[in-house]
Design a protein around this ligand. Structure first.
Ligand SMILES: [Zn+2]
Length: 169
């Protein structure tokens, strides 16, 4: 049985978002009910636009490293969701009676599997989801490194990555 069902139209929207933002990473949320995704929320990736000093989820050593990179380089290796847009999406998810199901982002030049940074951020967020009354989401990655976009979905728990089973509707 699938962990989640995602409509093809939403997967197409994710690929379109990834292509629009390349070479920057795009990011966003998927929400729905009964393990079926029905809504996509694009969230601004602040890494490209702001300094690494704002990236509270990074440890200081990592932030210092990011600070030395150009905005384009930073965006290629990481994403951090704009909190205002995240809060607005969260409110809309509540208002519509949906569940947050997936956090997605793109890898313009890398395979569709979580980077070390992705796993670190997901692990930091494991403590945050219960505090903001949201279930821990699955992580969907879209890779643009080959002609055909590659989409894969994972659970990240306690620093361990395992595949999530997705049905396409
Ligand atoms: Zn990533």
């Amino acid at each position: 049985m699938a962990d989640l069902t995602i409509p093809q139209s939403i997967l197409d929207d994710i690929v379109a978002h990834a292509k629009e933002l390349a070479p920057y990473e795009c990011c966003g949320l998927l929400a729905g009910t009964n393990k079926t995704v029905s809504q996509l929320y694009r969230i601004r990736n602040i890494v490209a636009l702001e300094g690494a000093q704002n990236l509270s989820t990074f440890d200081p050593a990592k932030a210092a490293h990011l600070e030395r990179l150009s905005p384009a380089e930073r965006a290629e290796i990481a994403f951090v969701m704009d909190m205002q847009e995240f809060s607005a999406a969260k409110k809309d998810i509540r208002k519509k009676g949906l569940d947050l199901q997936v956090v997605y982002h793109s890898h313009p030049h890398d395979p569709a599997r979580p980077s070390v940074t992705d796993i670190k951020i997901a692990t930091d967020y494991e403590e945050i989801w219960p505090k903001i009354n949201l279930p821990a989401p699955a992580y969907l990655l879209v890779s643009l490194m080959h002609q055909t976009p590659d989409i894969r979905t994972y659970w990240i728990t306690g620093g361990a990555v395992s595949p999530a089973h997705i049905a396409i509707a």
